[in-house]
Design a binder for this molecule. Structure first.
Ligand code: PLP
Length: 468
């Protein structure tokens, strides 16, 4: 078996893919991909190199440049080549990151990368960090710790006894929280509808007076969920006002900061997240602004004991849980797991604090530039304060709502079809909008200009104007 030739082949395919000037639109859609890939179960073995070649030629037509500089859909990081290289090694090394004994380096790198993350993000240095698949599982993990802690205070051990018969927990959450936080509540038996939804302002921030009124009525265990970086507007809840109110009532405060928490790395944006460090837990992503490859997120909890109580997996065949030997599995839902510390460690070491701040600054500047240029076009309105890296755009502004919706949808479709840049859509306050997220290490002012031109061309097409 020629491992060397096999790995080189994979690396060659990988480099060719990343170096090619790829369309931001997949060349083959889902239905065509299913049709092209459907075949009977293979009966015979084939050569190693051929199977990799075949996987590549069969998959590539249905791949888009999601890592490209003008990919502005959802909030998607760029899978930086340096992180990808670390991740290739993570796969090749094949370390199960469950415990420290089996793979000392996997566990130690998580420990060190976790400390670096806390410092970068301005969070308490003794908080514990679990390396999970993304902010969805980070929210889940943190809220499991929250559930454990708030019930322990009233003498109920939810981790042993479950929720049946437990004192009820009040959950307060902003009306514009991310959908995955509601999923996490659902998985934890807290229910995604069994919450107190706090009304929000035009940027999607919780209205402080509404929160204050709601928390006054809370008796017993409570969890308040705040957000750093609303998925459409990039807005932050008012931590300075809200966190002390919640904590005065004994509530656990959790922050969903999948991408917004990274504002903490940039002095000129830190004011947005002021006092975020007062919270009890934080969820954030590696595969967004830190540009690690998929998948990577971090569940950060101030009270390590609550984090461990909610997540520890123990058995006679595993090392005994100890104070000074950190087992990654005690902070995450999984036992067997990818060693995500390697790519995280590598990206932080490679960029450094300064490089990360520059990357965040570049993304924010590019987002502002796109917003400013678009706002200057006739019939285009920017619906949010572009405080960070997210922009929401309305086309056909000033026309009746339905007509504006139609033009906005047509603009998004024309942009996506062009392959020149990619942005998706959403509803904001009942109106169709285009969502633009800048979260890629390659996106700067030049790319912002290119994206803006592509969007204006798409808008012209949608309005039935010929673009020049
Ligand atoms: C992306 C995002 C999530 C979900 O994170 P995943 O990495 O997709 O699991 C949660 N909250 C916010 C604010 C996000 O932007």
């Amino acid at each position: 078996m020629d491992i060397h030739a096999l790995f080189l082949k994979a690396a060659e395919h990988a480099a060719r893919f990343r170096e090619g000037d790829r369309s931001h639109r997949p060349g083959r859609d889902y239905a065509a991909s299913v049709a092209a890939l459907s075949e009977d179960l293979p009966i015979h073995a084939m050569s190693q190199q051929k199977v990799i070649d075949e996987m590549v030629w069969r998959a590539e037509p249905g791949l888009a440049a999601m890592t490209g500089p003008r990919f502005h859909g959802w909030v998607i990081g760029g899978s930086h080549p340096v992180g990808v290289a670390a991740d290739m090694l993570t796969s090749a090394w094949g370390q199960n990151a469950g415990n420290h004994m089996a793979s000392p380096s996997a566990a130690a790198m998580e420990l060190v990368a976790g400390r670096w993350l806390l410092e970068l993000l301005g969070l308490p240095e003794h908080a514990s960090v679990g390396f999970v698949t993304g902010a969805t599982m980070a929210n889940f993990t943190c809220l499991a710790a929250a559930r454990s802690a708030v019930l322990e205070k009233v003498g109920w051990d939810v981790d042993r006894q479950g929720l049946f018969g437990a004192p009820p927990i009040t959950v307060l959450i902003g009306d514009d929280a991310h959908t995955t936080v509601f999923s996490a509540l659902q998985f934890l038996g807290l229910g995604h509808d069994r919450v107190v939804r706090i009304p929000t302002d035009e940027q999607g921030r919780m209205i402080v007076a509404e929160f204050e009124a709601a928390i006054q009525n809370v008796q017993g265990p409570a969890i308040a969920i705040l957000q750093a970086g609303q998925i459409n507007t990039g807005a932050f809840d008012d931590f300075t006002a809200i966190i002390p109110m919640a904590q005065a009532k004994g509530a656990w405060v959790h922050i969903d900061g999948a991408f917004g928490l990274w504002a903490q790395t940039l002095p000129s944006k830190r004011h947005l997240a002021k006092d975020v460090d007062l919270a009890d837990s934080w969820a954030t992503d590696g595969h967004k602004w830190l540009q690690t490859p998929y998948d990577c997120g971090y569940a950060i909890v101030r009270d390590e004991a609550a984090h461990r109580r909610a997540m520890t997996i123990s058995a006679s065949f595993l090392p005994a849980a100890s104070e000074d030997e950190r087992d990654p599995s005690h902070y995450v839902p999984e036992l067997s797991r990818r060693a995500r510390g390697f790519a995280t460690w590598t990206m932080i070491k490679y960029l450094g604090r300064e490089g990360i701040a520059e990357l965040v600054a570049r993304s924010c500047e590019a987002a502002s530039a796109i917003a400013d240029k678009l706002a200057a076009e006739q019939g285009v309105a920017i619906l949010n304060d572009v405080c960070l890296n997210q922009v929401i755009v309305r086309f056909g502004a000033g026309l009746p709502d339905e007509e504006g919706d139609r033009i906005t949808e047509a603009t998004i479709a024309a942009l996506q079809a062009s392959g020149d840049a990619f942005a998706g859509g959403a509803k904001w306050r009942g109106l169709q909008v285009m969502r633009i997220s800048v979260c890629n290490y390659q996106t700067g002012m030049e790319e912002a200009q290119h994206t803006t031109e592509a969007i204006i061309a798409a808008y012209d097409q949608a309005r039935g104007h010929n673009s020049v």
